[in-house]
Design a protein around this ligand. Sequence first.
Ligand SMILES: Cc1cc2nc3c(=O)[nH]c(=O)nc-3n(C[C@H](O)[C@H](O)[C@H](O)COP(=O)(O)O)c2cc1C
Length: 171
Amino acid sequence: MDFYDLVIKRCSIRSFERHRTIPEEVLNRILNAGRMAPSASNLQPWRLHVIRSQEILEKIYPCYKRDWIQSAPCLLIVSGDRDDAWVRRLDNYNSIETDLTIVMDHLILAATWEGLGTCWIAAFDPEIIRKALQLDSNIEIFALTPLGYATPDALTSTKKRKALEEITSYY
Ligand SMILES: Cc1cc2nc3c(=O)[nH]c(=O)nc-3n(C[C@H](O)[C@H](O)[C@H](O)COP(=O)(O)O)c2cc1C
């Protein structure tokens, strides 16, 4: 698939085929795409969590109170350690959110390329995830996406975007 087709094809999926397993090689390619993400000073301050165990899924579901998330066979969570990220001395800007955003975007685009659905989720309760995955208090739980094959009705999304003229300035 052409890159421009890929970015148009990617859309948030909120309904999945619960019992359709993701082949291991597909999952590995997606994770590897995340691993290839750039990061400030190449510090790679991230951790990718793949949740497929029903026991752990059940512990994580309460972090996001939408039933549709339970239709996905897998959840991917991106976390990171602020202390491992690059800091600009000039003004103490810390690159953690930027680095983790890029990983997440790589994962989501790779998943789309593999024919899988995702939905970037930020409106979760991080403390529920922290407890379920036994993550230390210094670890930032940045983003979550369900991962799986979309049900046919979930693929009808049309892109609502501001016009290019509205968001672009030329100098
Ligand atoms: C940072 C971020 C946080 C988001 N959080 C949520 C969320 O908590 N729940 C949800 O259903 N969608 C969430 N979304 C998905 C957006 O609603 C979606 O990307 C946007 O409406 C555009 O639609 P599209 O992804 O289908 O192109 C989030 C997206 C981003 C980038």
